[in-house]
Design a protein around this ligand. Structure first.
Ligand code: PHE
Length: 329
């Protein structure tokens, strides 16, 4: 079959309408192939050119190429308009109401122990105390010896010590920081030191790991009255203007005199921590002249403080990681 201009005109007219009306990108691709593909009508016409005379062939060839270009242009145009239609349809169907209330993402908060610890540190930094850090694996000297615990004395066992290799212990209190921070330093100084401590003990109010905060204040004239005033202000900062404190005489190797501190709050007295005037021997052990300098130290449980504040009946509630418990703080 020889290609004729009439054939082309017919194909073009049909193609233009068909392309304009095609409803999907898939159908458009198929339609395009039916004209321009290897077996498409335009391609077939082109192949038929061989049978024409040279003159006719040149003219018909030109017309066919022209037709190809026009079909491609219609295809491109339709392709673009189909994409626009699809987008418009998508926008209409998936309308987003930006005025709807959102969902608040679940949000965590600080552990009660951390909350109290931060309140404690803020109180002391505002009073001009520095913050000191100390390791949880500690030498016997810093945890016991330097603090005037006699060698091989049962006092070491009183604290249910966890012994580790190399003569070290898991520190049983934050008092190790007294030795660390005072050694090689001359008064006046005051600092607090919060951190984890360890004792081999487990019941409703004891856990093998817990937190303490230590406070130390040394200069030439700090007295037990300053200790009392500081603790009183501290208690009221944490528990409000109704809080009271009282002392019960006690013994610690590293303070003299020593006392246990009770906090009075909401009609009951609760054991809160230990305190005293730093023993002259401890000052000497740190290279500080006890004839010239004196000061106080105290230490208390941070978890215990949280338990008093929020009336938490069992220390394990603080550490077993139950979200239902934690959500209440
Ligand atoms: N370290 C003592 C304890 O853990 C508490 C304490 C600290 C006592 C400082 C006196 C001075 O029981």
């Amino acid at each position: 079959m020889a290609a004729s201009v009439a054939d082309l005109e017919r194909i073009l007219a049909e193609a233009e309408t068909a392309i304009r009306e095609v409803g999907s990108a898939q159908a458009l691709a198929e339609l395009r192939a039916s004209y321009l593909g290897k077996k498409g009508s335009v391609s077939t016409l082109l192949r038929g050119l061989g049978q024409l005379s040279a003159e006719e062939r040149a003219e018909a060839g030109k017309a066919t190429n022209e037709a190809k270009k026009r079909i491609e242009a219609w295809v491109a145009e339709r392709k673009a308009s189909l994409a626009l239609d699809a987008r418009a349809k998508d926008l209409a169907e998936h309308r987003l109401d930006v005025t709807l209330p959102g969902f608040a993402p679940p949000r965590g908060h600080l552990h009660p122990t951390t909350q109290i610890e931060r309140e404690m540190c803020t109180f002391f930094t505002e009073m001009g105390y520095g913050i000191e850090d100390g390791p949880e694996v500690e030498s016997d000297w810093n945890n016991f010896g330097g603090l005037n615990f006699p060698e091989d004395h049962p006092a070491r066992d009183l604290q249910d010590t966890f012994f580790v290799t190399g003569g070290n212990v898991l520190r049983t209190h934050t008092s190790n920081v007294q030795i660390r921070a005072m050694t090689g330093r001359q008064p006046p100084f005051r600092f607090v030191s919060p951190g984890r401590v360890y004792r081999n003990d487990l019941d409703g109010t004891h856990y093998p790991m817990f937190h303490q905060i230590e406070a130390v204040c040394v200069d030439e004239r700090t007295t037990f009255a300053d200790l009392k005033g500081t603790l009183f202000a501290f208690a009221r900062h944490l528990f409000g203007a109704e809080a009271e404190i009282r002392f019960r005489a006690h013994f610690f190797p590293f303070t003299e005199p020593s006392a246990e501190i009770d906090i009075g709050w909401e009609g009951r007295w609760l054991e809160w921590g230990g305190c005293g005037m730093i023993h002259p021997r401890v000052l000497l052990n740190c290279g500080i002249d006890p004839e010239r300098y004196q000061g106080f130290a105290f230490g208390m449980g941070i978890d215990r403080t949280a338990m008093i504040r929020w009336d938490i009946p069992n220390i394990q509630l603080l550490f077993d990681g139950d979200v239902r418990t934690m959500e209440q703080f």
